[in-house]
Design a binder for this molecule. Structure first.
Ligand SMILES: [Zn+2]
Ligand SMILES: [Zn+2]
Length: 285
């Protein structure tokens, strides 16, 4: 393995799953979402064209699964042109070092995520006291120490373009993480939202397990700036996406997406912001 890359000191396999684990959904001919345990990776590009990108890099220990999903869809020994990260949380970079080693491809993220991806700074500790269920309570076991991708990590271009995804633009959607981005394609209003909003209540083990389809704010135990998170959801709702792939939960489309996003914006304080938790500012309620 490339010696200049390493995971954080608290990196480990997380024993958690959902009924969606291992399931892939073709949302559009060139947009494919696959669930690794409890998180989604996204493949952007048409099968047969061998010009595609991987968005996010799954849970720890999932590189074999990600490689086989990709080879099944794009053919043996096919490899993405790049990996684009919505943000650097452990469940979005879990297999990234093995993948970069295997494919020798660049990784792109927002510049504000760089400290967490170059070994300089840990994310704030997950908050087990936040309002929510079992997943919140088990969140202290989630890795938050920085990983180091060395010179394989690059900053997203400042002009909003996304390398190897010519029709998409990145949109800064901070709150859940400082350099969180979402990816949007205007022509068909396709949105890759990351964890800016999600379609399952990620704090509750039962809802994660059953993947109950329900709009939600970003996962609570790792969200530190709720005012910014709210503005990010407002920004995404204004784009009026027709289809959304989120970091957690199943894809949401059409009227359900429009209505759910509208509801999330108007009722953000009650749906998304927890009643209590160490990153909750009393003034927000
Ligand atoms: Zn996250
Ligand atoms: Zn996540």
């Amino acid at each position: 393995m490339d010696k200049e890359m390493n995971y954080g000191s608290d990196y480990k396999y997380i024993p958690t799953t959902s009924i969606g684990s291992g399931v892939g959904i073709e949302v559009l001919p060139d947009l494919y979402s696959h669930t690794i345990q409890i998180v989604n990776i996204c493949l952007v590009g048409k099968p047969g064209e061998n010009d595609f990108v991987l968005v996010d890099a799954g849970m720890p220990n999932s590189s074999d699964e990600i490689i086989s999903v990709i080879e099944e869809r794009f053919g043996e020994i096919s490899r993405p042109k790049a990996i684009i990260l919505t943000h650097g949380h452990f469940d979005h970079v879990g297999a990234i070092i093995e993948l970069v080693d295997h494919w020798e491809i660049p990784v792109y993220a927002h510049e504000l995520e760089m400290p967490f991806l170059t070994g300089q700074m840990a994310y704030p500790e997950p908050d087990p006291t936040v309002e929510g269920g079992m997943v919140s309570k088990m969140s202290p076991m989630f890795p938050n120490e920085p990983i180091n991708l060395g010179n394989h990590i690059k900053t997203l271009p400042s002009d909003g373009s996304v390398p190897h995804m010519p029709d998409f633009r990145w949109i800064h959607t901070p709150g859940h993480a400082p350099g969180h981005v979402s990816l949007f394609r205007k022509s068909d209003r396709a949105l890759i939202a990351g964890d800016a909003f999600i379609t399952v209540k990620q704090e509750y083990l039962y809802k994660v397990l059953t993947q109950e389809h329900e709009i939600s704010g970003p996962p609570r135990y790792l969200t530190t700036d709720w005012a910014a998170a709210k503005n990010s959801v407002i920004k995404l709702a204004e784009l009026k996406p027709a289809v959304a792939i989120t970091g957690h939960g199943t894809p949401m489309t059409g009227e359900l997406l429009t209505n759910s996003l509208e509801k999330l914006v108007t009722e953000f304080d009650t749906i998304a912001i927890p009643d209590y938790g160490k990153y909750v500012d009393e003034n927000l309620h």
